[in-house]
Design a protein around this ligand. Structure first.
Ligand SMILES: [Zn+2]
Length: 288
């Protein structure tokens, strides 16, 4: 999609499932199950909608999906689907992994960072390498230091092999707070979900696209109290989310929902009944 003087594309980084109760926190199943029907193991279908930003002078990828290097047991637990790879998705837009010069990770949970590395060929069997060899990986310093020493509650969400090959190559930039990484591409801490999650904002020609990461993982999480049980600091998340979603409505942002398999991006609008809905790009003939 053309967006000002840049191009934005959603690239699938793989589909998987997580426990519906964990995804919707204190929201009763009777409510969330209508929007995200649970399977026989109470899991709901999730996407990983990575954002490719093709701008004059740089090509950036926002989050890297779940990746493809999972062993059978993990594939089964998370119902990780075999689908087109991230590299195939990029190739459909004429972009090779070598072309990505900025890999921006909202945080380092494996469903956002897993696609950052892959396995080398037979000669080097089993060794993980950077999937984007010419990219610098941008993440908040607080997230990186927590990921190196996770606690008992979130240890299962981190895999050091997702980012270590970048650190070994001197290709991680650990950020402190709000930073404009490339012209018009800005990250800012969005606390609550993890120790150092960041949002990503793209401004071009008076318009804004906003990557909410796991603050609003699906469009079903737009109501303020629909907050995941995974969040480390839910009340802090709630404050930031409320402020940002209000701004998104007031300023007509293009909102990106990383985990939403049906409503990946669109414009959030107020309805007369006080609820909010999303005019989906390409479906509700919303022009951006
Ligand atoms: Zn996630």
């Amino acid at each position: 999609m053309r967006f000002g003087d840049i191009e934005l594309f959603l690239i699938s980084g793989g589909r998987f499932r997580l426990d519906g109760g964990a995804m919707f926190g204190v929201v009763p199943k009777a409510l969330w199950d209508k929007k995200f029907p649970a399977d026989e193991r109470n899991r709901v279908n999730l996407a990983t909608n990575c954002l490719l930003v093709r701008a004059p002078g740089y090509i950036a990828l926002i989050d890297a999906g779940i990746g493809e290097r999972w062993e059978e047991k993990t594939r089964e637990i998370y119902a990780i689907e075999d689908g087109p790879s991230l590299a195939e998705g990029l190739a459909a837009h004429g972009v090779a992994p070598e072309d990505i010069d900025a890999l921006v990770l909202s945080h380092l949970h494996f469903d956002h960072a897993g696609g950052a590395t892959n396995r080398t060929g037979r000669a080097d069997a089993g060794r993980l390498q950077r999937a984007f060899p010419n990219a610098t990986l941008y993440v908040q310093a607080a997230e990186l230091s927590h990921a190196r020493r996770p606690n008992e509650r979130d240890r299962a969400s981190y895999r050091a092999e997702d980012w270590e090959p970048y650190a070994d190559a001197g290709r991680i930039e650990a950020l402190e707070g709000e930073v404009e990484i490339r012209p018009g591409l800005r990250v800012a801490p969005l606390p609550g979900h993890s120790s150092g999650m960041q949002s990503v904002r793209i401004d071009t020609g008076g318009r804004t696209a906003f990557f909410f990461a796991d603050a609003v993982p699906t469009s079903a999480h737009l109501p303020t109290a629909w907050i995941m049980a995974y969040d480390l600091y839910p009340v802090e998340l709630l404050e930031g989310k409320k402020r940002l979603v209000d701004r998104a409505v007031a300023e007509g942002w293009l909102a990106i929902f990383y985990h939403d398999p049906v409503v990946p991006w669109g414009r959030i609008v107020d309805e007369v009944n006080g609820k909010r809905r999303v005019h989906v790009v390409g479906r509700d003939s919303e022009a951006f």
